[in-house]
Design a protein around this ligand. Structure first.
Ligand SMILES: Nc1ncnc2c1ncn2[C@@H]1O[C@H](COP(=O)(O)OP(=O)(O)OP(=O)(O)O)[C@@H](O)[C@H]1O
Length: 670
């Protein structure tokens, strides 16, 4: 018979932490949970980080060796911060602990063992750029005809493969559900996948997803390694479990073993990443998969005033798929209900927010304690303009300023060139979008253009196509080049530049839509941006005036450096709801709270699951507010193409009792 014998560290006898005093009752129960499998459901603002760090400290205080603990997090920063916090709590040598993202841990396993999978020592890890280059090489040598705009660019193909890997599904399935417009070339894409995989092994390279897929394979195929790591990692902890995907779950199981000690922490109500492969089922059905697991709920919220929390609780109660919980406020009531603010238009909404921000500032709220949250990037366009106009500094944490985005600049390049036919920069930007046209051919085309009379004339009298089509272009570029020329014809008719919305529509329908689908994985979002751009442009009759305005808006306020840390800058934060996860502010403006905008129209059409995910996103949005919450929406959405559209408040608002909010009637004053 075998005898179990446990090693203890020297510090085990003398814990320095008064766990009971430093944690609330529910946190304490989770932190001190016995070994085995444990699911910790920690509601918004209930102290997930504190619970995890104290759990690690507790393990160390109870004799677990640092190297026996593995902490898996979503970012390396999160792991670093947690481990630093643990180091400050305990005397044990925490440097021997294992903590990091799934990928960084996978990388460690593979560094030692990749040879068992047919790789050689010292494999390289490809970043996105390298991955794109290798994919390009593979596609070019595959013999597949990729001419024209329709064939997806290497980045998009990479994204399709990545989704298939992370959701443990086939490429065909990903195409069917997420990229239906590429279904007809499924066979070629599958072929490219095989070639790409072979090429990676041949060149001894792994991409980011390999770090996980190959780690899972390693542990699946090699029992000795599986046993070794399962024995080493006596305690596995996983943060943000609601956002794990199928591959990560497999990884966790491989490393923990069916009988291992696993603690996962998360909030099912904040699972918002299904679009990139996360599966909320991992947390909702945790108990089915790990039947002996105990469940702990942490339901005290330290962040928000009770008024905000009541609204959040009432909202999420409408979701059917969820683990029941009722967050309790630790804070005192403030006497101010969340505000529901309908406004006449998008620009009135922007004015309201700007004005209210200035008032809040006068009342003593720092600008970096204020955030504007939205469902889609284009919802921030008018707000960016208004804040700029009023000199209110802001930073955008979720991407570039609206007018600096590639697709906005691409479309503007067509317009600029059509109007100013000596604009070399715009010409080059435009023609380089064509497959087969690189820097050298673009320059040749530019020189050919300079020889035409039209390039020097003040008014464009003839047709672009008459001049451009006869030019010599690379064979691969011919079809698209001609299409470009005809599109330019539509921008200036009989010497008269067309109104900006008409120009944008011609460019979009003539050339850009196809390009966007093949080039960007988030083509749909970009399409919405361009629609919004077109709506905005309908205020201008003169395209030149519109273009000047665009350039001015993207060039101003160089102070707004995206790399500056939010906490370092006295600036309002503009961010999508997705990017706001894990953050908090004194005041939150949740904007465009209109049906079809939030929830997103597509999610409503799709399925109940889609709508529930949108509601979770709404929940994440409102639970970011500590003291003040404003839900705003325009009553009229001005559309360049369809005229004014009457908006209704979001169903996430109308399904709630109006007693939970205070409606503000806003009027324009003189
Ligand atoms: N026992 C406690 N006593 C006092 N304050 C606490 C306690 N536990 C957590 N807090 C505080 O609660 C706040 C919210 O914690 P944290 O940011 O970790 O929440 P969270 O669970 O990650 O929230 P979310 O998931 O909504 O982002 C923090 O300021 C934290 O210091």
């Amino acid at each position: 018979m075998a005898r179990n014998y446990t090693l203890h560290t020297a510090t085990a006898a003398a814990p320095r932490i008064d766990y009971q005093a430093e944690l609330n009752e529910q946190q304490y129960a989770a932190v001190t949970a016995p070994p085995g499998q444990t699911l910790v459901i920690a509601g918004a603002g209930s102290g997930k980080t504190r619970t995890l760090t104290y759990r690690v400290a507790w393990l160390l205080d109870n004799g677990v060796l640092p190297e026996q603990i593995l902490l898996l997090t979503f970012t390396n920063k999160a792991a670093r911060e947690m481990l630093e916090r643990v180091a400050s709590l305990v005397t044990a040598d925490t440097t021997r602990m294992w903590g990091g993202t799934f990928h960084s841990i996978g990388n460690k396993f593979l560094r030692w063992n990749a040879e068992r999978l047919g790789y050689r020592k010292g494999f390289s890890i490809m970043d996105r750029e390298d991955q794109k280059d290798l994919m390009e090489t593979v596609i070019n040598s595959s013999g597949i005809d990729t001419a024209g705009f329709k064939f997806p660019k290497p980045e998009v193909i990479g994204d399709i493969f990545s989704l298939a890997d992370n959701t443990c599904t086939s490429v065909e399935e990903i195409l069917k559900t997420r990229y239906p417009y590429f279904e007809k070339i499924a066979e070629q894409i599958v072929r490219i996948r095989k070639l790409y995989q072979d090429k990676k092994v041949e060149t001894n390279c792994m991409d980011f997803d390999d770090l996980l897929t190959q780690s899972v394979r390693l542990l699946k195929e090699h029992e000795d390694l599986r046993e070794r790591y399962q024995r080493q990692f006596e305690f596995v902890l996983v943060d943000e479990y609601q956002d794990t995907n199928s591959l990560q779950c497999e990884f966790v199981e491989m490393i923990t073993g069916r009988d291992g000690n696993l603690m996962v922490v998360g909030d099912d109500a904040q699972s918002i990443y299904s679009w990139r492969g996360a599966d909320v089922g991992n947390i909702l059905q945790f108990h089915e998969y790990w039947p002996r697991a105990t469940v702990h709920k942490i339901e005290v919220n330290y962040r928000s005033v009770p008024e905000v929390l009541s609204l959040a609780n009432a909202s999420i109660a409408n979701n059917k798929s969820q683990i029941q919980k009722q967050l309790q406020p630790a804070r005192e009531a403030k006497g101010q209900l969340p505000a529901l603010v309908p406004l006449d238009s998008g620009s009135a909404q922007a004015q309201f927010i700007a004005q209210r921000i200035l008032e809040l500032q006068d009342e003593g709220t720092e600008l970096n304690e204020i955030a504007i949250l939205y469902r889609a990037h284009f919802h921030s366009m008018e707000i960016q303009m208004e804040l700029t106009a009023r000199g209110i500094p802001f930073q955008i944490t979720s991407g570039l300023r609206f007018f600096e985005q590639a697709h906005v600049k691409d479309v503007a390049a067509f317009m600029k060139f059509a109007i100013n036919r000596r604009d070399e920069v715009s010409f080059m930007r435009m023609v380089k979008l064509i497959p087969g046209v690189g820097g050298a051919s673009a320059l040749k085309l530019w020189n050919a253009w300079l020889k035409t009379d039209a390039s020097q004339a003040d008014v464009m009298t003839g047709k672009f196509s008459d001049l451009l089509i006869p030019m010599s272009v690379p064979k691969k570029a011919r079809e698209t080049w001609d299409q470009f020329a005809y599109t330019l014809d539509e921008l200036i008719i009989d010497g008269v530049p067309q109104p900006p919305p008409a120009m944008i529509r011609s460019i979009y329908e003539g050339v850009y839509e196809e390009y966007m689908k093949s080039k960007f994985k988030n083509a749909e979002q970009r399409q919405q941006d361009l629609e919004q751009l077109s709506n905005y442009s309908s205020r201008f009759t003169d395209p030149l005036e519109f273009l000047s305005q665009l350039s001015l808006l993207s060039g101003v306020d160089t102070d707004n450096k995206p790399d500056a840390q939010p906490e370092d800058r006295d600036a309002v934060t503009l961010t999508t709801a997705h990017q706001a996860k894990g953050l908090e502010w004194h005041t939150v403006f949740a904007v465009w709270m209109a049906d079809g905008m939030f929830p997103h129209a597509r999610a409503v059409e799709e399925s109940d699951a889609g709508l529930e995910e949108e509601r979770r996103l709404f929940y994440v949005t409102i639970t970011r507010a500590k003291d003040e919450l404003y839900l705003t929406y325009p009553l009229i959405n001005h559309q360049a193409r369809d005229g004014d559209i009457l908006m209704r408040p979001s169903r996430f608002i109308t399904e709630l009792s109006m007693d939970l909010m205070e409606k503000w009637n806003v009027r324009s004053g003189w």
